[in-house]
Design a protein around this ligand. Structure first.
Ligand code: FAD
Length: 472
């Protein structure tokens, strides 16, 4: 029986482990932290009994993931819960843009701008399933739906700011800009439309659900599946050298490339060692979890029902704040993502106290205190918010990296999304998962299709490892 060691138990590490174990490989997962899940963990950071997601919160790409969808994870306790409104985007003066899963309702509320929303986002949503099959794979492959992919590509290459100007009103422009800002890139950079378009379309196609009982439920379900297949996970084991997996036939590294370079040392070809060591990380998240009495008193009625609220104002404001962050400067009014997961999953609250999950986009490795900036951005659209805060827990970029070594400098996307890096990760190579060391593969979000809890990097890397084993 062939053996595998998977280093790291994030969604990609666990997906790789499950795929290998399902093919009869004896799998051991080694996880540095005391708990499994990497970016898919939950805890009670602000107040006992009030459950917050440590990292990932909303899971359109886990629901849409061709690999995860086929695993029967519901048998291992995974339940998706959808909020009534997927996303609200408040603007000054009590205005708000709203994204429902229902495309028609979203289009109708956008008024004159609805037609373009339907033509662009609606068309992508209608082609979502075939698109996802192609887009969640590596860039260099033979597409199964070339026409759909080509059509998407024509829109996707544009900067998000240019695409957003196809709308006239502040609402549609801001709505799109906030979604595109998930790229953690300058919004006037080419290809940033791809992120906005795909994420917006996912809201219509599959919604932005949360996991009942917290995002840790996804990791627990994958671990349950792995256990059924005979795989084992050891926590509290930080891998620092290749000797940890020398005895295995294959090794899958759910790691940032620089860590892989340190571990593999001179086994790597010099060009790969150079690419991994110089791998660029992007801006950081500054995470603030609140425990609040009751609900956030948003001025807008739909923000009060939304799982996600994007707080950052107009297209121009968001684009300006993101550009500052990319320049390494902290904006006075950062882009803030607010998660109200408890609206879809009330099991997370305790005695009228609700968890509010937020993070701001800040410069890479930012060492200042952004808590006040987060509070005042929310207060701007929800006067009276501060008075409801009962407890606060902060994870700055350094704390995020301490929590998960893959988040170098607080970069939660495991890599800068600048230029072609959005597509070509972690280095220009025909096989982005291969480290070049026989039997050793990189499977983290640093490889295609990038950040998110889809597990597809793990699945694709494990497929490469299986093919290599078959050829041996
Ligand atoms: C604040 C925040 C919000 C996010 N929001 C979302 C969201 O809403 N939706 C979404 O889809 N994604 C979101 N993400 C991103 C998502 O969490 C990641 O893209 C995803 O977890 C990447 O999975 P991965 O398996 O590649 O790596 P990770 O989840 O980062 O896991 C890597 C694992 O490897 C372990 N490890 C590292 N070094 C070693 C070592 N030397 N030895 C052993 N183990 C090691 C780590 O401890 C960790 O468990 C968010 C992330 C953060 C931090």
């Amino acid at each position: 029986m062939s053996t595998a060691v998977v280093v790291g138990s994030g969604p990609n590490g666990l997906a790789a482990a499950v795929h290998l174990a399902a093919h009869g490989i004896r799998v051991r997962v080694l996880e540095a932290e005391d708990s499994i899940g990497g970016g898919s963990r939950s805890s009670e950071p602000a107040m006992p009994g009030v459950l917050a997601d440590d990292c990932s919160a909303f899971h359109p790409f886990a629901v849409a993931s061709p690999f995860l969808a086929g695993l029967g994870l519901e048998e291992h306790g995974l339940r998706w819960r959808w909020p009534a409104v997927q996303l609200a985007h408040p603007l000054d003066g009590g205005r708000e843009a709203v994204l429902w899963q229902d495309l028609g309702r979203t289009v109708a509320r956008l008024g004159a701008d609805g037609r373009v929303w339907d033509a662009l986002v609606g068309r992508t949503a209608r082609a979502f399933r075939p698109l996802v099959g192609d887009l969640l794979g590596p860039v260099l492959h033979v597409p199964r739906h070339p026409l759909v992919l080509a059509r998407f590509g024509l829109d996707a290459v544009l900067p998000a700011t240019l695409t957003a100007r196809r709308w006239r009103g502040d609402e549609a422009r801001a709505l799109f800009a906030g979604i595109a800002a998930h790229a953690f890139a300058r919004l006037d950079a080419p290809l940033t439309t791809s992120v906005g378009l795909l994420l917006a379309a996912s809201a219509h196609a599959v919604g932005w659900p949360v996991a009942e009982g917290g995002s840790g439920a996804l990791a627990r379900a994958l671990a349950g599946k792995l256990a059924d297949l005979g795989g084992v996970i050891e926590t509290g084991v930080r891998v620092t050298s290749a000797s940890a997996f020398d005895d295995a036939d294959v090794a899958l590294l759910d790691l940032a490339p620089r860590a892989a370079a340190r571990i593999l040392g001179d086994r790597l070809a010099p060009s790969t060692a150079k690419a991994y060591s110089r791998y660029r990380h992007g801006p950081a998240a500054y995470k603030v979890d609140f425990a609040i009495e009751g609900d956030i008193p948003w001025t807008g009625q739909y923000a009060r029902q939304a799982g996600t609220v994007h707080v950052g104002g107009t297209l121009e404001e968001i684009a300006g704040a993101e550009a500052e962050v990319l320049r390494g400067r902290m904006p006075a009014r950062p882009f803030v993502l607010v998660g109200q997961q408890y609206l879809a999953d009330p099991t997370r609250s305790e005695g009228g106290i609700n968890p509010v999950w937020t993070y701001a986009h800040v410069p890479h490795a930012y060492s200042g205190d952004a808590t006040e900036a987060v509070v005042s951005q929310i207060e701007r659209f929800a006067p009276g918010f501060s008075a409801r805060i009962r407890a606060t827990a902060v994870r700055d970029p350094a704390a995020l990296e301490a929590h998960n070594a893959n988040y170098v400098g607080g970069d939660i996307a495991t890599g800068a999304n600048t230029g072609l890096r959005l597509l070509v990760r972690p280095r220009a190579a025909l096989d982005p998962y291969s480290t070049g060391v026989p039997g050793v593969y990189l499977c983290s979000a640093a490889t295609p299709p990038g950040a998110g809890t889809h597990g597809m990097s793990g699945y694709r890397a494990a497929s490469r490892a299986l093919a290599w084993l078959a050829r041996r």
